[in-house]
Design a protein around this ligand. Structure first.
Ligand code: GAL
Length: 372
């Protein structure tokens, strides 16, 4: 998608929303189609500012909704669950029409969302599913299972595993165990890699066993923290990679972990080039995109957060106007109480060869920012 088209799309998006919002104001006061409140307030709860993408997500959605005439309350919760619950409670007290929530712990919001439901406030789960409650109305995200599948297929392809190449030393990592997405990312990758682990073409020197459905949690990194991933990688190298044994491939579910893992490898003497491990990633964070260009990370799965914001802004608008909320998956995301109707967006693999075509030409980054 070219940069000009992308900009035009955002402007068009805001204009469409603005047009319909303008007319809805009048209608709302008369009909109050969704939610008791006459306000035009939308509450936006984001998990943290310390993980790069959420800053983009929050700013883009907030900007779109404001441009469309909504009032917004955008809050970041420093990856602290209690802080997020308090923020959502405060939003509810301001009587919003809709709450958009990117949860920290998807299982911790049942009680506060019951208050939202009692106040007839609609809830959209943003990127991460909210579990164990009936009080979430819609879900918008990227195809999380496909993110992992793309990482697994990339590893199989690059290592030539289909052609019988190997064995290779693999170290698997998974995301934060309180994040519903982490399971989907891991399962998407592991469903591809498992046959090669079983055939011995992929060996895990650290002995991490992934036998049961829940075993992904044995390699999960809490809070998606780079420094925790770095320490874990240091530990595995110190303990299991002696006598010249080399790490050949690292399954990293996202970029914040990949950054810590790359720093650990570098500190252990690994240099980009022949024996540098293949590391996967997700989010196309700035530092990681530069690492991809510098051969310190082999790929990242890009999720254009602008398209997620656009989709959620459309959902908010449809809810406020009593229109039809667009969804394209009404099967996959059972949150333990119900299947939440979802809209899934496509993730895209980015490698050194297509950073410019995908990230610069679409306007996600300027060439200057990437040092291109
Ligand atoms: C996931 C999200 C990923 C990644 C990670 C850490 O839920 O889908 O894009 O950002 O959180 O923030």
């Amino acid at each position: 998608m070219s940069k000009n088209f992308r900009v035009l799309a955002s402007v068009a998006m805001a204009a469409t929303l603005a047009a319909t919002t303008a007319c809805s104001n009048t209608r709302d006061t008369e009909e109050a189609s969704s939610g008791g409140s006459a306000s035009n307030l939308v509450g936006i709860a984001m998990p943290t500012r310390s993980l790069e993408r959420w800053n983009n997500d929050g700013a883009h959605l907030d900007g779109l909704l404001k441009k469309a005439g909504y009032t917004t309350s955008l809050q970041y919760a420093d990856n602290k669950v209690e802080q997020q619950i308090t923020q959502i409670e405060n939003m509810i007290n301001q009587n919003p029409k809709v709450l958009v929530v990117a949860s920290i712990d998807g299982t911790a919001l049942g009680p506060v969302l019951e208050k939202a439901a009692n106040a007839k406030i609609k809830v959209i789960a943003y990127d991460r599913l909210i579990n164990s409650t009936p009080n979430v109305d819609y879900y918008a995200t990227f195809d999380n299972y496909l993110v992992g599948k793309l990482q697994g297929e990339f590893i199989v392809d690059k290592l030539g595993l289909k052609d019988g190449k190997g064995p290779f030393n693999l170290e698997p990592f998974a995301g934060s165990s309180d994040d519903n997405n982490a399971k989907f990312f891991f399962n998407g990758a592991w469903d591809v890699l498992k046959p090669y682990v079983e055939s011995g073409k992929l060996v895990i020197p650290s002995g991490k066993k992934i036998a049961t459905e829940e075993d992904w949690k044995t390699v999960s990194i809490t809070g998606w923290k780079s420094e925790t991933a770095q320490a874990e990688m240091d530990n595995r190298i110190n303990s299991f990679y002696t006598g010249g044994k080399k790490v050949n491939v690292v399954l990293s579910p996202n970029d914040s972990l990949a950054l810590g893992i790359a720093q650990s490898l570098e500190s252990k003497g690994y240099k980009p080039g022949a024996d540098y491990p293949l590391i996967t990633g997700q989010d196309a964070d700035l530092a990681n995109t530069k690492n991809v260009l510098a051969d310190k990370q082999a790929m990242t799965v890009w999720k254009d957060t602008r398209t997620l914001g656009d989709q959620v802004a459309k959902m908010v608008d449809a809810i406020v106007k009593g229109g039809t909320v667009e969804t394209n998956d009404t099967k996959t995301y059972n949150n333990g109480v119900k299947v939440v109707p979802a809209y899934l967006l496509p993730p895209v693999v980015v490698t050194k060869e297509d950073v410019k075509a995908k990230l610069v030409d679409s306007g996600f980054y300027t060439a200057d920012k990437l040092g291109l």
